[in-house]
Write a protein that binds this ligand. Structure first.
Ligand SMILES: Nc1ncnc2c1ncn2[C@@H]1O[C@H](COP(=O)(O)OP(=O)(O)O)[C@@H](O)[C@H]1O
Ligand SMILES: [Mg+2]
Length: 143
């Protein structure tokens, strides 16, 4: 196991209070420290990935760098997103980079790691992504 950054993985069934718990934490953190928080639900992430391939304003940082460099990144219901090639690459890059740089991710999942890995285009990449999540996050079981 690598060094754990302070990430959190909240896992449990739908309606068990995961999103609510994370927002309560983010509100506290927002008032306690300066860290820039980026929070994305599955629809936001899907749209952001799709828009990367369209015309983009050059003054705006690209999605990769926003996801890499946010002081704190919250990805809500990450497993409900459709894992296209582009989404998988983005998610993998995000966890890989943030793990390497000790930057935390908070994420919520409704299904287990192996179930999630099985939905990705290749199981090998799914397992890599799950491995990065486990390595960088403390797992909290809900429900
Ligand atoms: N501790 C709590 N006290 C009261 N209501 C809660 C609590 N946690 C969650 N809820 C309510 O339960 C519902 C589901 O919570 P939510 O955080 O959206 O679950 P999840 O993200 O696990 O699907 C919401 O309507 C929420 O307001
Ligand atoms: Mg939720």
């Amino acid at each position: 196991m690598g060094i754990r950054s302070e990430g959190l993985l909240l896992i449990g069934p739908s309606r068990s209070g995961k999103t609510r718990a994370v927002w309560a934490l983010l509100k506290r953190l927002h008032f306690q420290e300066e860290r820039k928080i980026v929070a994305l639900g599955p629809k936001d992430l899907k749209a952001a990935v799709a828009n990367e391939w369209r015309d983009r304003d050059d003054d705006e940082p690209d999605l990769t760098s926003r996801l890499r460099h946010a002081g704190l990144l919250f990805l809500d219901d990450l497993d409900t997103i459709k894992f296209t090639e582009a989404v998988e690459e983005t998610v993998y890059d995000t966890f890989e980079y943030r793990l390497a740089h000790g930057r935390p991710v908070i994420l919520t999942l409704n299904q287990s790691g192996p179930e999630l890995a099985g939905r990705m285009s290749t199981e090998a990449r799914g397992e890599k992504i799950i491995g990065r999540m486990r390595e960088s996050c403390r797992v909290i079981n809900f429900g």
